[in-house]
Design a protein around this ligand. Structure first.
Ligand SMILES: Cc1ncc(C[n+]2csc(CCOP(=O)(O)OP(=O)(O)O)c2C)c(N)n1
Ligand SMILES: [Mg+2]
Length: 376
């Protein structure tokens, strides 16, 4: 089994660029770059907001923008996206307001919730590892039964491949030949668990063989390689060829989330070495090399993204926050059970929780020890 990694963008020095993937014009390259910059700007701002206490814990994706914007650029508007927490802002590229995604991280999006998955064909952000994979397969299977040319693409990490849901989804998709793209972002870490403790195989992509589906391994820091592999997988899926497993090989450059400190479990100089491959500057240098953009263009694309996200922060903070009492609302259609009434009363400070009554002393077996204290 080889661990070949496919790439398009070289390093501008010894590693040459490969051909621009078929079907992409210069205009497409610029559109794709704009998306990378928007995602990056969102992510950096979200981390700052968490540090300032303006949103809750946040799962940053710094360096993984190419694994999101690349594959999405290959999708039709009809295709459905199934993100994990790491692709939390991908809906923004489908028209979800960035303020709505920030509100998700703050915990409240308004009375209507967050976004309507049907409107943007973007499933809710999935936090439980791999549970969205059977959903992605089910959706593509339903589309197949209805003879609709709709595919689904689901993102997940290297850690997710150890979950039963992943195996079930892979097997089902292959048996029923549904158009699902399994897009694994192998960033080599699942919180503090390194890739070497995750699987005994050399790669994730080779696991595709066990399900009789194609497996491809691409450079996850290369947006164009991610695009090209997804584009081929979608075409195969739509033509009845079934699912594909794509492994986007990269490295988690930042912390797992804002509550994590990777210095406690890994050598950060390793992350530093991988950082030189990150996709936003890599794509910018590539576009400069091609002469498609100049420095002024890069500047103005950056400024435009900053403006969009600044406006989003403003909109997010304009959403009136409910009191904590909302925790007890809308859980049961039939109203609140007594345990919720008690919790609410405790929260409001109008009542104390019932004191725990000490158990009455039970007669125990006689120890024959006259010195033993009563009740023991
Ligand atoms: C079913 C389940 N088990 C455990 C967790 C706790 N958890 C959150 S993120 C994570 C690691 C996932 O790693 P990976 O799949 O590689 O994705 P990454 O975070 O690297 O994007 C774990 C174990 C969870 N969210 N869901
Ligand atoms: Mg991972």
């Amino acid at each position: 089994m080889t661990a070949e990694v496919l790439y398009v963008i070289g390093d501008g020095a010894g590693v040459p660029d490969n051909d621009v993937p078929e079907g992409l014009s210069n205009k497409d390259l610029v559109a794709l770059y704009r998306r990378l910059v928007l995602l990056r700007t969102f992510d950096e701002r979200a981390v700052a907001l968490q540090r300032q206490g303006r949103i809750g814990t946040y799962a940053l994706y710094w360096g993984e923008e190419g694994t999101q914007a690349g594959p999405l650029y290959a999708c039709d508007d009809r295709d459905w996206l199934f993100p994990s927490y790491r692709q939390n802002a991908i809906g923004v590229l489908r028209g979800v307001a960035p303020s709505t995604v920030l509100a998700w991280w703050r915990g409240y999006g308004g009375r209507h919730g967050f976004w309507n998955p049907r409107e943007h064909r973007t499933a809710p952000i999935c936090v439980p590892i791999a549970t969205h994979l059977p959903h992605a397969v089910g959706l593509a299977w339903a589309a197949k039964i209805r003879r609709e040319p709709v595919a689904s693409i689901a993102w997940f990490g290297d850690g997710a491949t150890s979950e039963g849901d992943w195996h079930e989804a892979m097997n089902f998709a292959s048996v029923f030949k549904v158009a699902t793209v399994f897009f694994c972002v192998n960033n080599q870490w699942a919180i503090s668990t390194p890739f070497s403790k995750q699987t005994a195989t050399e790669t994730i992509s080779e696991k595709a063989a066990a399900y009789a589906m194609p497996g491809v391994r691409v450079d996850g820091f290369d947006p164009l390689a991610c695009y090209a592999a997804t584009s081929q997988a979608l075409e195969r899926g739509r033509n009845g060829g079934g699912p594909t497993l794509i492994e986007a090989f990269c490295y988690r450059l930042g912390a797992h989330g804002t509550a994590d400190d990777p210095k406690l479990y890994r050598d950060e100089s390793e992350a530093q070495r991988w950082r030189t491959l990150e996709p936003v500057n890599r794509m910018a240098s590539y576009l400069l090399r091609l002469g498609v953009l100049d420095d002024d263009d890069l500047q103005s694309i950056g400024a435009e993204a900053k403006k969009t996200i600044a406006q989003a922060v403003h909109e997010m903070e304009a959403i009136a926050q409910p009191g904590r009492e909302i925790l007890f609302d809308h859980v049961y259609a039939s109203g609140r059970p007594w345990s919720f009434d008690e919790g609410l009363a405790e929260l409001q400070g109008t009542d104390r929780p019932p004191a725990v009554k000490p158990l009455a002393p039970q007669p125990g077996p006689s120890t024959g020890d006259a010195e033993a204290p009563a009740g023991t």
